[in-house]
Ligand binder design. Sequence first.
Ligand SMILES: [Zn+2]
Length: 1075
Amino acid sequence: MERAALVRCLPCSSVLCRRYLHLRRSYAYSYGCSSIPFSRPSPSLSLPRRRSSRFLPSSSSPLYFRNRRHFSSLSPRAVLSPSPSSSPGFIEVKDEVAHQLGFQKLSEEFVPECKSKAVLFRHIKTGAQVMSVSNDDENKVFGIVFRTPPKDSTGIPHILEHSVLCGSRKYPLKEPFVELLKGSLHTFLNAFTYPDRTCYPVASTNTKDFYNLVDVYLDAVFFPRCVEDFQIFQQEGWHFELNDPSEEITYKGVVFNEMKGVYSQPDNILGRAAQQALFPDTTYGVDSGGDPRVIPNLTFEEFKEFHRKYYHPSNSRIWFYGDDDPNERLRILSEYLDLFDSSVAPDESRVEPQTLFSKPVRIVETYSAGEGGDLKKHMVCLNWLLSDKPLDLETELTLGFLNHLLLGSPASPLRKILLESRLGDAIVGGGVEDELLQPQFSIGMKGVSADDIHKVEELVTSTFKKLAEEGFDTDAIEASMNTIEFSLRENNTGSFPRGLSLMLQSIGKWIYDLNPFEPLKYEKPLQDLKSRIAKEGSKSVFSPLIEKFILNNPHQVTVEMQPDPEKAAREEATEKQILQKVKANMTTEDLAELTRATHELRLKQETPDPPEALKSVPSLSLQDIPKEPIRVPTEVGDINGVKVLQHDLFTNDVLYTEIVFNMNSLKQELLPLVPLFCQSLLEMGTKDLTFVQLNQLIGRKTGGISVYPFTSSVRGKEDPCSHMVVRGKAMAGHIEDLYDLVNSVLQDVQFTDQQRFKQFVSQSRARMENRLRGSGHGIAAARMDAKLNAAGWMSEKMGGLSYLEFLRTLEERVDQDWADISSSLEEIRKSVFSKQGCLINVTADRKNLANTEKVVSKFVDMLPTSSPIATTAWNVRLPLTNEAIVIPTQVNYVGKAANIYDTGYQLNGSAYVISKYISNTWLWDRVRVSGGAYGGFCDFDTHSGVFSFLSYRDPNLLKTLDVYDGTGDFLRELQIDDDTLTKAIIGTIGDVDAYQLPDAKGYSSMLRYLLGITEEERQRRREEILSTSLKDFKHFMDAMEAVKDKGAVVAVASPEDVDAANKDRPDFFQVKKAL
Ligand SMILES: [Zn+2]
């Protein structure tokens, strides 16, 4: 799974989408389908998570700037005024205690940026290194990282990453990882494969739970069953499948299909091609994730050898972070590390640098495109390797700063000039990339016609030349500086634990034997950079960098991507031929043996673990679980006739606000324009300010502003809850600026710039097309919802297939009907922004809340008052048919859903436990483990009553639907012992109590208010969760039978599979070609 999806985040899940949007090169793969967008059911009683995660906030404000990776690599953490350089009373490890446990203290530092005491230890016997970071953060993090550079593209490191989590010495069951997903309070649980390393991180706020997680992970990496059990390798990696000697042989395997999905996305192919061409002589010249064409070359022997060599303490780096006792950390580690002697692995796993080219290189790649006459389907990306060795931190920070100046906001010159050129639809290449040994820079465009490719290249070069000669303007420098500083000090990692974000930064240097403390500190390099800019002027700081790294750098690779309508079919045919050959060379006995092995593997996958094995995975007891939900302080008041919610929470002097407007009186036909309306507000400029000036002002005065629609069903009501949300944040000293700017954005922005609007449309279309390939399950889910309720219908109009169709016609209309469109945008403003139906949410500490009241009162008085307009009745749905949305892909996304409230089900808290259990057992086993899909899960939207099944990167179609339909029978036959039930309950509570930073707490509380969820209800649901019994599971059977009988099916799938399905079940699918 991409790095992009690692970050699950705020309720609106925007970080995730942003990452897709910026098209950062995807580096890491991760294990669990926990990282699939909204796949891990997190049945918070508050948030219609799926609906909100289907939307991208349409602004490109720097609010979510933190995920610009080069900064995140420098962005530890959060203090407004650095504390004095002493360690405030954290427990220390005495030297002699460390020694007794087999460790030697190498160095220690107090890091004011993260208010932490960090100690580096070395395990004397093996040389394993340990960073032990102590502070008062309750969200504790552990991670073990191995250097795992591959020599070929068979995907060994990735398959191993999956496989070690499939059972170990102390935990001899099929997948301890899944047991932890089901039954722990983890705030993070996953594993990632990078091009040169593999990370296993866990996090929890509960100390006992945390150590349980650590133990399972340590046992998994050092003593996995997969090195003895060939079937695990087959299941996670690849194998031949033959159900009957008369049928065709096929390839199966979780990683195999995950990577087929990756290789179905042109942006991914582009990123891979660029990396491999930049580093032809090193380990980065191959794909650690695995190329589906090469994966079947991997043997079990090579796989085992790779584990033996690299999963050794001597080759590991271990991270602990949080408020637990550092002595205990060493004790736990010594139990494992002492069992090993030292090895030569660190010498063999060292990553060698790429020597620089003396002249540029050009390569041409193809990707599978749908047929059709659109010529603007080429992509071109320019890439540079910036240095033959790692950069020093100051240069790295300066380069990151330069990157933000070039690309960080819609006003940034490189981004702006490329998009305004209209040579392509959207930008590809994410700028600076500094997570590997040597830093790179990439930039280009997609949606380019063949004739314009050279023009894009020339434009990139001439823009760099111009910027090197002229420099950046002072306001731009100030805006970037403030944005970066804000992000560093706010340290808002969303739902990603802060300690994990720090770990990934530290590892980025430590893994190359550099100082692990350095990346944790930003204060000094930041101050140095600021004073250099003040003294020498920004031009003399940045121009030499542009010249050295870009203009005079011969190590450049240009990648051109061409659409190839036959590619998918050709690759499929090649695979078939190979498999036919394999079969032709087999004797009758061989075939019988393969059939037997196929059945044996499936039987093993489908047989539940024995209860004794399940008991080996440690778990909390119900006594460890708080009986009451986490409460967020909320005061509901009124300022000049507008409802104001205030949340008194410690936010480190940052003020967070949401200003929410009701969309009920919006005309239906204007709905698809809403996302573009939101983008226009932030990117079109006012009477007095150009959009560049407006953006710079937002950057200089605030931590960012974003605007996006939010829609959800409300339980028990016909009408949906639909709002436009304006989100912003600022330091306490800039509260008034923040509200003034929001006011200008809402009231003064002019919808007059036709050319910019046209860019927004093309960008959005390109983004939607990318979603269709990469997150087809989201598109399928939106489509099913649109058939089942009005809120779903609205969301789909603003972010689903209907939206994509709308954008395609709009692209032409902008030229002919601009006046019309512009006045529609004006009409949206008039019908939405009004004092009536406005609600303001504020999160900050008591003092700042009090200071805000006057400002809010002034803001409210400036809002227009509209006479009450008749509210629109949203009694609309898409027809309830089975649809196949056809795209060129090698893997499918399959969904089925129904509204179970309509069939008589009444909400009970046990539904959270049951749907999570179905996801993690029945669907995981059948859709992923034996079906070979990367993910399969279900989701219950308690607001609308829609229960949906979804699969992700799935080689099957009808077979998966059969699994969904078998859920009722699964429940019918289910036997569940107390232990398993307790685990399921605890895991559900872990989701409900998901760790949140203060801004997210305030936001969730506001959503609960909007959706009418009271504290009493939350308490009742919690009690229902805690008292879930087998009877509830049996009772849920009827609901599952209803989905089976009445559910609507939507699949995003390949033309071949849809044809086959319609042959098998005539007229089952209505076919809609989308790409
Ligand atoms: Zn994976």
